[in-house]
Design a protein around this ligand. Structure first.
Ligand SMILES: *Cc1c(COP(=O)(O)O)cnc(C)c1O
Length: 219
């Protein structure tokens, strides 16, 4: 099946209030063009250089760009001018740098805090305590808008493990929203990729990030 068919099929299964981010990393601008023509307007990239190149090549096309990868503080200028949402804030250091960039450039950057949930040691992310520490002083980050949480489940075929990972992040998301009712914009839960997005929907996802199931395997 082609890109347009894949998007149509996924959209049919997605509730209208769940946002589909088409993860176009490693795929050419032409593939994004095909998805755009099929009505997909939200795209995600995970490498700063590639992100900037594509954002510039497709500027003025009405794309909502999400950055979803690890971001080093020396690469902010490749990402922050174009990103409508930075989903992958995985350290206090990065958050402080984004806030400073926002201050220097007169912008408020919408972000998700990436929560460490998966079992793999390599997975990036903030621990629950770190997220709470940040949110308790959210007012001090004047150039950041906290929009919610992002997480990745353990990379496994064991559906029970994936469900447990998603349940943990959803429970924490609910806890945080109860704790900080004044942060009315903290509404997004970005969980679910090609292999587990149906489970993520059952677990309360408001955003799913799907690459392979739309664009095919990455080379
Ligand atoms: C690559 C990537 C995805 C999409 O992965 P697929 O399995 O191809 O759908 C989603 N989220 C993040 C953070 C990614 O890096």
């Amino acid at each position: 099946m082609g890109i347009a068919d894949n998007i149509e099929k996924i959209k049919k299964e997605l509730p209208s209030d769940v946002k589909l981010v088409a993860v176009s990393k490693f795929h050419p601008v032409e593939s994004i063009e095909v998805a755009l023509a099929a009505g997909q307007a939200v795209f995600g990239e995970n490498r700063p250089q590639e992100f900037e190149k594509k954002a510039l090549a497709l500027s003025g096309r009405g794309i909502e760009w999400h950055f979803i990868g690890h971001l080093q503080t020396n690469k902010l200028k490749m990402v922050l001018p174009y990103a409508d949402l930075v989903q992958s804030v995985d350290s206090l250091h990065l958050l402080e740098a984004i806030d400073k960039w926002g201050k220097d450039n007169g912008k408020v950057i919408p972000v998700l805090l990436e929560m460490h949930v998966a079992a793999e040691e390599t997975k990036q992310g903030l621990y629950e305590e770190e997220i709470l520490d940040i949110l308790f002083r959210a007012d001090s980050f004047k150039n950041v808008a906290f929009r919610g949480l992002m997480g990745m489940a353990t990379n496994t075929d064991d559906e029970g493990v994936v469900r447990a990972d998603f349940a943990r992040i959803k429970d924490f998301f609910d806890y945080v929203r109860d704790l900080f009712p004044e942060y009315s914009g903290f509404t997004e839960l970005s969980i679910g990729m090609s292999g587990d997005w149906r489970i993520a929907l059952e677990s309360g996802a408001t955003i799913v990030r799907i690459g392979t199931a739309i664009f095919g395997e990455r080379s």
